[in-house]
Write a protein that binds this ligand. Structure first.
Ligand code: FMN
Ligand code: SF4
Length: 652
């Protein structure tokens, strides 16, 4: 008997029976090539189907040439799409999951073109987009007809490929939502003005799909319950439109999300980072459930089966999108069903390797589980034929991952951590405001080590003598980094402290604080928030072109929004030059001109890290193998640390 009776009960949606209530919602993977499905994409979804997902909704497929919103979009505009989609459907069905495809037109929400030129975007009216700064061309009636028919043709292709259904993406401010939104749709023809007119486009799409597909083929609708934007489609309007569509009887399910692509403020809700509570969008789904008769799905930070079960028990939704939950742990449903809850690697909402990769144009992965997106390569771990005695020095993310993979493959692995606790810098990162969940990476990797049989020694610093006495064949050096103090004038003064000292409560911080931020990432932003909340007057000087430039936009914008509300002054293009008494000297990174700040009590350095790899020197004449990984190799982030742990774990 499962502890999640609701989550693991089947559900009938139109002509499709789904084995449980766990849904992988449509998400771009950057694994399509030339608009088509690749082996990598098939392997990615197959892993989630094998892991127990009930329904997999595949990423958006463009329905018209003008729907290309990124350079790596999947397209369903010709029959060439069918063979790839058929391989995808076959792989997902083989493991008992169902599969639907997203039908998509972005309207004015175009991120990039495939040749780097500015896009020509089409929308109901010439209302500019804030986030991508696109001024669209108003759609002609002829083009509207073409696009509508593109939806039906694309649905017919998915059906021919063996998909169980399709989902019209009317969420996140994309084209169908632009027709519904009175701020964006200024038309005075049959597609603008009254509710019936604004809904005409969506009704025509649904009707065209129904005409071109058979009755059992599922047609769902993805829709935003709350856009969180000042140019919003009102939540009450969304419900009114959904009610009208429900009354038409042409939609089989309503898949509710939050956010809009149109603005920085609205976009953070598309893939909400850890600052948002788990399952926070469920109330929007509950409002939808009260308005319509068909099943309602919801997504938004549902990262654990307990939360999903709660959403279902309370009747807020009928299915739960657990997308990052399965990017992070494709086996999550099977583990939940088997009651192996401690083995679930919970997504921490960092956004770094999933949506972060997507926005940089790289295939998605997970910082905690770099096997994701690499199912055909790094995810394959052969048992070793030659068991070796291996010492891993350092219990941060790199060392823990290396140890877990090595032991899992059959090696004899001992991990030594000099500190009393595992985690390395992740233990400090979790102390930044709103980032406590980051500590989950430690819990998850520690569990992976335990399951694999790694012997862990805490408060144990690895020495050459220890290695020789142990008779180790291999040493993996994962001893991490320490704060980098640049050689600047006045840098040794007592009012200069580093980020680690502040986080550990070892710094005597005054009222007026200047943070000198080199990497423009979470640390500068997070420290600024922490100190402002503690009552300091904070200036955040960042060497980059914007604070948080190096991190994913949804995390950056959530953190910058918090700083703005706290009155923190952000100064970009500011490189540390030196300090003298209460004066801090900066240099404008572009002009080279001085920028001088007076009456500063404390200068906080967040200037990156130096590698700590003293052990490497002690092992110059060591006869066995030595590998240096993570920050000990060169300081970067937890993502590279875990990835290098995996790589070395496979290589030995
Ligand atoms: C890498 C990535 C790409 C996404 N691309 C899409 C997309 O193509 N279409 C869509 O409707 N939502 C997209 N989303 C949003 C997800 O479908 C989902 O709503 C969101 O991740 C929140 O759910 P979660 O907290 O369970 O991850 C994407 C999310 C991620 C992480
Ligand atoms: S990269 Fe971070 S947000 Fe994305 S799936 Fe992994 S843990 Fe979750």
């Amino acid at each position: 008997m499962t502890s999640f009776p609701h989550l693991f009960s089947p559900i009938q949606i139109g002509g499709m029976e789904v084995r449980n209530r766990i849904l992988s919602t449509g998400h771009d993977t950057v694994m399509a090539h030339d608009g088509h499905v690749t082996d990598r994409l098939v392997a990615y979804h197959e892993a989630r189907a094998r892991g127990g997902a009930g329904l997999i909704v595949v990423q958006v497929s463009g329905v018209h040439e003008t729907a290309r919103y990124t350079s790596h979009i999947l397209m369903a505009t010709s029959d060439d799409a069918i063979p790839g989609c058929a391989r995808l459907a076959e792989a997902v069905h083989r493991h008992g999951a169902k599969i639907c495809g997203q039908l998509f037109h972005p309207g004015r929400e175009i991120m990039e073109t495939d040749d780097g030129t500015a896009p020509v975007a089409y929308a109901p009216s010439a209302v500019p987009n804030q986030r991508f700064r696109v001024m669209p061309v108003p759609l002609s009636l002829r083009m509207i007809g073409e696009i509508v028919s593109g939806y039906g043709d694309a649905a017919a292709r998915l059906m021919a490929a063996g998909f169980d259904g399709c989902e019209i993406v009317a969420s996140h401010g994309y084209l169908p939502a632009q027709f519904l939104n009175p701020v964006v749709n200024l038309r005075d023809d049959a597609y603008g003005g009254s509710r019936d007119n604004k809904l005409r486009f969506l009704r025509e799409i649904a009707a065209d799909i129904r005409t071109k597909t058979s009755p059992g083929f599922v047609v769902g609708l993805r829709i935003t319950g709350e856009e969180h934007d000042s140019q919003s489609l009102e939540a009450s309007e969304v419900l009114a439109f959904a009610k009208m569509l429900d009354g038409d009887g042409i939609i089989d399910y309503f898949n509710v999300v939050a956010g809009t692509s149109a603005s920085l403020k609205g976009a953070v809700h598309i893939v909400p980072p850890m600052y948002f509570a788990a399952g926070y969008s469920a109330p929007f789904a509950a409002a939808m459930k009260a308005a319509v008769t068909k099943p309602v799905f919801v997504a938004g930070r549902i990262n654990q089966p307990q939360i999903a079960e709660q959403v279902l028990v309370s009747g807020q939704a009928d299915m739960c999108g657990m997308t990052r939950a399965m990017i992070c742990d494709p086996e999550m449903p099977a583990k939940a069903a088997a009651g192996r809850l401690d083995d679930i690697r919970a997504c921490i909402g960092c956004n770094q390797a999933c949506i972060g990769h997507f926005h940089k144009g790289y295939p998605i992965s997970c910082i905690q589980y770099p096997e994701t997106g690499r199912e055909l390569t790094l995810a394959i771990k052969e048992p070793t034929a030659h068991r070796k005695r291996i010492i891993v020095a350092g219990g941060g993310p790199a060392g823990m991952k290396a140890a877990a993979v090595l032991a899992g493959r059959g090696h004899d692995v001992e991990l030594h951590e000099a500190d009393s606790q595992l985690g390395g810098q992740a233990r400090l990162a979790q102390l930044l405001p709103g980032r406590a969940e980051f500590g989950g990476i430690i819990t998850n990797l520690a569990r992976e080590m335990e399951t694999a049989g790694v012997v862990v020694h805490r408060q144990s610093r690895v020495t050459r003598a220890m290695i020789d006495a142990h008779g180790a064949d291999v040493v993996v050096i994962a001893t991490g980094g320490k704060p980098h103090w640049p050689e600047v004038e006045g840098g040794d003064s007592s009012h200069v402290v580093d980020a680690w000292q502040v986080l550990r409560g070892q710094a005597n911080v005054g009222t007026s604080v200047l943070i000198a931020d080199w990497r423009s990432d979470w640390i500068g932003l997070g420290l600024a928030e922490k100190l402002a909340r503690e009552g300091c007057r904070v200036k955040l000087c960042t060497e980059g072109i914007a604070a948080g430039e190096a991190i994913h936009g949804y995390v950056r914008d959530t953190m910058v929004a918090a700083l703005h509300k706290l009155g923190v002054e952000i100064i970009p293009y500011a490189k540390l030059y030196g300090s003298d008494g209460n004066t801090v000297y900066m240099e404008h990174s572009a002009s080279g001109e001085p920028i001088i700040f007076e009456e500063i009590d404390t200068l906080v350095l967040t200037q990156g890290h130096d590698r700590v790899a003293d052990l490497e020197e002690a092992l110059v004449d060591f006869a066995g193998e030595v590998h240096v990984i993570g920050d000990a190799n060169t300081p970067r982030t937890a993502e590279e640390a875990v990835l290098e742990g995996l790589k070395v774990g496979r290589a030995i």
